[in-house]
Write a protein that binds this ligand. Structure first.
Ligand code: ATP
Ligand code: MG
Length: 519
């Protein structure tokens, strides 16, 4: 073998109470696409952070292109040709897309002033390479997660990068955006870029990789050539057991209507379409798991936000909870009515970064536990410990900082928080984003169990097969309107994709949709 582009030798990384990496040695060949697989908390992101100068203290050694390196900051890694796209997006929300791409490397004119025009032009070109059509002047914070992720990729491309690290880059992308990303990756590889790739999605790993390295509990289990292994073997190496993600059909009974939307519409001020959501009507019954399908931008998140009192605008139409009309102006009101929501963007709407794991779990139920008087703190501790246990959150303990948890484990923490509120209606916006195979199977099992106990669930997913697995019924949204409804028996990927790509027939209308919808 010719000299590897990256040589990792006997690397150990310790955090207080955790050994994140233990004696890991690995060499990466020039121009290969090497995937790193492992359960939540296995050490994947930590390894990538060492390679990109984010984590700077560790035991062992690192060589790039034959030269030993000890990066002190990300800038050092960038100079050595290494860029990383982080799992938790790292954008400055108050700055434009273009400014984010060139942050710290602003283009300047002769007098040293920042040249916005030049940055916008360069940004537009980069985004075009990604087949991304957002305006470079848009504020990063106002973009949906999918576009933000493409922005991060553009940022990495703007550096002269010959080693690109992608930590779960597709976790917020739809099928078509993933296809687009694959094309970008193919193009990068043809130009000789070495890629390190982290993903929990096996189809993706096998579609892209030359080789696969499996980590478990911080140790390197094995490196395999992709052509000589399969998803089953890799999964087995990751978790050390067989995983069954198929649905165990329980005999659940679907009960009374618990939530109803009548002609729900969400204004979209300043936008040509005028309506983000238009004339949405459906019913959700106790014990039912309703899947919400659609392409990115179809309005799935917005619909859930309307139901949770978290929409940017005031929705029109009616929402009924157990037959009573409600109007939520804030999520706390929805919560009191028995509605809980786990959002897709855990950084912005989910975690409280300055609090511990335990506080993040109990924050919505504190009131409930306070009323138990002196038992509060012990009761709280028990509930928190139970939650950590039940969801298998990998943490040093309830007192650990939430930010010390791996991405997937933060997601589980937020889920745990909402479960404690014992909601009647649970809204799950892409709940398995970044969650490992074992935890996914566990979540499917739990959803099934909660539904059997009478909870009603609405779930979205960026993975269609997953939606088909968990849902009793699927509603399809396209451009803000419902374009399809399928029972479990009728639903196929083909049918859903057809409905998801149906054009919004109402979209030209500037008038509010009819309010007289008695079905
Ligand atoms: N800054 C930190 N402080 C303390 N512990 C940390 C820190 N960063 C990571 N860890 C711990 O190191 C271990 C590995 O975490 P890492 O983020 O590398 O996992 P991962 O494989 O990327 O998981 P995921 O699939 O969930 O993203 C975990 O137990 C995590 O809690
Ligand atoms: Mg990670």
């Amino acid at each position: 073998m010719t000299q590897p582009i990256i040589q990792i030798e006997s690397i150990t990384k310790r955090f207080p109470g955790v050994v994140a990496l233990e004696d890991v040695s690995l060499s990466i060949a020039h121009g290969e696409l090497h995937s790193i697989c492992g359960e939540n908390g296995a050490g994947k992101s930590t390894l990538m952070k060492l390679l990109s100068g984010v984590e700077t203290s560790y035991e062992g050694s690192l060589s790039i292109k034959g030269t030993p390196v000890a990066f002190r900051r990300t800038r050092d890694a960038e100079s050595a040709g290494i860029s990383i796209i982080h799992q938790e997006l790292n954008l400055v929300e108050e700055l434009s897309a273009a400014s984010n791409i060139f942050l710290g490397r602003e283009k300047r004119g002769a007098l040293g002033f920042i040249n916005d025009r030049a940055m916008e032009t360069a940004a537009r070109e980069l985004l075009e390479q990604l087949e991304c059509t957002i305006d470079p002047r848009t504020l990063a914070g106002s973009l949906r997660v999918g576009d933000q992720q493409l922005l991060e990729i553009a940022k990495a491309l703007s550096l002269k990068t010959d080693i690109l690290i992608m930590d779960e880059p597709t976790s917020a992308l739809t099928e078509s955006e993933v296809e687009r990303l694959y094309r970008v990756i193919d193009r990068l590889r043809r130009s000789g870029v070495t890629i390190l790739y982290i993903s929990h999605k096996m189809d993706e790993v096998f579609r892209l990789s030359d080789r696969i390295t499996v980590l478990r509990d911080g140790k390197l289990v094995r490196t395999l050539s992709a052509s000589e292994t399969d998803a089953r073997e890799v999964t087995h190496l990751m978790v050390g057991r067989e995983i069954d993600t198929s649905r165990q059909d329980t005999n659940r009974s679907i009960g009374d209507v618990v939530l109803e939307a009548k002609s729900l519409s969400l204004p979209w001020p300043g936008h040509a379409r005028a309506w983000r959501l238009q004339d949405i009507s459906f019913r959700l019954r106790r014990g039912e798991i309703l899947g919400l399908a659609g392409l990115m931008g179809a309005g799935r998140t917005e619909l859930l936000e309307c139901l949770f009192g978290a929409a940017d605008e005031t929705p029109q139409g009616q929402i009924l909870v157990e037959g009573r009309a409600v109007r939520f102006s804030h999520p706390s009101e929805a919560r009191r009515a028995g509605i809980a929501m786990v959002s897709e963007d855990r950084k912005r709407l989910g975690i409280f970064a300055e609090l511990s794991v335990g506080e993040n779990i109990s924050i919505c139920t504190l009131g409930k536990m306070t009323s138990a008087g002196f038992l509060r703190s012990r009761g709280e501790q028990t509930l928190v410990a139970d939650t950590i246990d039940r969801l298998r959150v990998k943490t040093a303990g309830a007192r650990a900082a939430i930010t010390s948890l791996s991405g997937g484990n933060q997601q589980k923490t937020i889920l745990g928080r909402w479960l404690l509120t014992e909601p009647k209606v649970l809204l799950l916006d892409d709940p398995t984003r970044g969650v490992d195979v074992g935890a996914k199977a566990e979540l499917y099992r739990l959803m099934e169990q909660w539904a059997a106990e009478g909870m009603a669930i609405i779930v979205t997913s960026s993975e269609l097969p997953e939606l088909l697995t968990v849902s009793d019924r699927i509603l399809v949204l396209s451009e803000g309107v419902i374009t399809g409804e399928f029972s479990r028996q009728e639903a196929t990927e083909q049918r859903i994709m057809e409905a998801a790509t149906t054009q919004n027939v109402l979209q030209k209308s500037q008038e509010p949709p009819s309010q007289s919808h008695d079905d």
